[in-house]
Design a protein around this ligand. Structure first.
Ligand SMILES: [Zn+2]
Length: 187
């Protein structure tokens, strides 16, 4: 498994609509494994294909040590609302409170093409909604009010200079020495 460069806000690939997966061969298998390694390396809880520059409709999620591979995922049920402070591996250091459905049911295919259904609330539910957004070119900042978004974009003007090539490389995990209060919100 290899760690892939993570595309940063401003890269047009993050705004592309993805293409449903129909071929579950070695190319997809490698992409999934590389995405899992990249998510772990970046200590994220979710990663969608456009974040590594790809347009397959695939996301990986790891919440509370439970890992899920979502191919062609679709939200089929939404219930209630919840506010959650979200961040994004593609928009480092920026966080914003997003209103999401409190509970969602998602239908997807697994890495072998077999259908399954998964229900999520709290972080898992938020994460699935965030990653599925990515698969349709949408970012968490799009959910913010105009003023909140302007505020984050102003902060981003300062942060973006760290990523002149619009990529970041996640360092491989080195034990558990680093802790960050936002560990759970990187999606
Ligand atoms: Zn994200």
């Amino acid at each position: 498994m290899g760690i892939l460069p993570i595309r940063i806000f401003g890269d047009p690939v993050l705004r592309l609509e993805t293409t449903p997966v129909t071929d579950f061969g070695p190319t997809l298998q490698k992409l999934i494994d590389d995405m899992r390694a990249t998510m772990d390396g970046a200590r994220g809880v979710g990663l969608a294909a456009p974040q590594v520059g790809r347009t397959e409709r695939v996301a990986v999620i790891k919440v509370k040590k439970a890992e899920h591979v979502l191919v062609n995922p679709e939200i089929v049920e939404r219930e209630g609302t919840i506010k959650w402070e979200e961040g994004c591996l593609s928009i480092p250091e920026l966080y914003g409170e997003v209103t999401r459905a409190r509970r969602v049911v998602v239908q997807a295919l697994d890495r072998n093409g077999d259908p399954f259904e998964i229900e999520g609330t709290e972080l898992l539910g938020v994460c699935m909604q965030h990653e599925i957004d990515h698969l349709h070119g949408k970012l968490f900042i799009d959910h913010l009010s105009f003023l909140k978004r302007q505020k984050l974009l102003a902060l981003w003007e300062i942060e973006r200079v760290k990523y002149p090539n619009l990529v970041r490389i996640a360092a491989p995990i080195d034990g558990d020495k680093e802790h960050d209060r936002h560990d759970d919100e990187r999606l």
